[in-house]
Design a protein around this ligand. Structure first.
Ligand code: NDP
Length: 240
């Protein structure tokens, strides 16, 4: 197949499952991480997937990082904007830094990364972009005004870029997972998490691979008629 894919936050959690699925499907995959070198090296050793370190909230770092991928493998055909962080706190206690960090890493990163690949995709008449949003961007969540705003922003960004890009053979879609068993969820208050799981109709957390399978579909050559869509995978937690 030979298509080239970048998965941000691709060395842990949902991103690692996405990178693994795409590699198995025959894509050349580069997984981007930020600071956890130990996890990235372990992921590389285990999977053979190339890993690169840069901060997706930094515009120039994204431009430089994408250029190194291009030099190493060729033009980027597929971009999965998966990197994300949380800084959960009620708004009346939220520091500006907590707001800006989440907006920069979870939303501005989509601009930074898409800006770096979209020109080449337009020239070649092919591209697949998938943005990993969240059920909490669809319905809101107390303690997450920053995260919910960023993840909801991704959905508007997805639709606007889908409209701009459709005539050029590029699709842009979002996946909105519910609560998935990763380190991000493991770091949550466990009493709160148990309360949330009790409200999930299927009665359990999701698995990273249950998100990765959707991404695999959306990035395939066969998915050219799906664009501007949001795929929810939340165990029935939110009927949107
Ligand atoms: P994890 O915390 O397990 O992994 C996050 C990944 O993103 C890591 O690889 C991390 O790199 C990378 N990353 C974080 N910040 C940056 C940055 N500034 N630049 C580059 N890479 C960065 O997250 P999950 O797998 O749980 O979540 C993945 C995505 O799915 C996120 O966008 C999250 O918001 C979303 N999501 C998750 C849900 C869940 O229940 N887990 C539910 C809904 C949405 P490093 O290892 O170096 O820190």
């Amino acid at each position: 197949m030979g298509r080239i894919a970048i998965v941000t936050g691709g060395t842990r959690g949902i991103g690692a499952a996405i990178a693994g699925r795409l590699k198995t499907a025959g894509y050349h995959v580069v997984a981007v991480f930020h600071g956890n070198v130990t996890a990235a090296e372990a992921f590389h050793q285990e999977t053979g997937i190339a890993v690169r370190q840069w901060d997706v909230s930094d515009y120039q770092a994204c431009a430089d990082g994408i250029a190194t991928v291009r030099d190493m493998l060729g033009q980027v055909d597929i971009l999965v904007n998966n990197a994300g962080i949380t800084h959960d706190v009620m708004l009346h206690k939220m520091a500006p830094e907590q707001w800006h960090a989440v907006m920069a890493t979870d939303l501005t990163s989509c601009f930074n990364m898409c800006r770096g690949v979209i020109g080449g995709m337009r020239e070649r008449g092919f591209g697949r972009i998938v943005n990993i949003s969240s059920v909490n961007g669809q319905r809101g969540q107390a303690g997450q005004t920053n995260y919910a705003a960023a993840k909801a922003g991704m959905l508007g960004f997805t639709r606007a870029l889908a409209l701009e890009s459709a005539p050029k053979g590029i699709t842009v879609n979002a996946v909105a997972p519910g609560y998935i068993a990763t380190e991000m969820v493991g770091a949550m208050d466990q009493v709160l998490l148990q309360r949330i799981v009790a409200q999930i109709p299927v009665g359990r957390l999701g698995k990273p691979d249950e998100v990765a399978r959707i991404v695999e579909l959306l990035v395939s050559d066969d998915a050219g008629y799906i664009t501007g869509a949001t795929f929810s995978a939340n165990g029935g937690q939110y009927m949107a």
